[in-house]
Write a protein that binds this ligand. Sequence first.
Ligand code: PGA
Length: 214
Amino acid sequence: MKSLIIAGNWKSNKTVKEAEDWMGTFHAAWDTDTTVILCVPYMVLGFLAAKKPQFLLGAQDVSAFGDGAYTGEVSARQIKEFAEWVIIGHSERRKNFGETDEALAKKVEQAKNSGLKIIYCVPDGNTVIPTGVDVVAYEPVWAIGTGNSDTPENANTVIAGIKAKSQVPKVIYGGSVTAANVASFTGQPSIDGVLPGGASLDAETFAALITNAR
Ligand code: PGA
């Protein structure tokens, strides 16, 4: 069986109390060839880590700097206390926070130096991918949060191209993935998993998505 990565992205949603409620209704089982990661807001990370969840935890961003006088930033070393993974380069960060390829390369370096595994997001098959990232997520901007996903066939073609060019071992798809359409993506030969945003916010929906991915 091919190994799969399913990485939920809560974005800037949920308080600690809401995360606790979510945990109360999340019941899912998956095989050892499936890696489930939940990328949550910073203040939820510590709370969920203490609950010792069956999934892995990830942050959604990381400082381009180390520890020190960088008000408002969270360093890779601080994240590593609670999480194994981090998303870098999400299109919402590129668009709303002006993150450039240069700044993102610094974030990748910080994450790597602290031993975090990296999901690096790209909007297309031509974006620069820094060396050393563990997983690339192909996320066409027009498909994010719109209910209008890419076709599985096109996502497969773009992902096959990224793999051929970059030597990244794992490339996943993100953009309006649901419990209903997930299998159409994970069934494609080059697609190694999915990055659902909206579909990770409801515990039962996310559990169904994990089940349906196989
Ligand atoms: P969506 O978000 O599943 O809500 O489209 C995906 C993402 O932005 O990672």
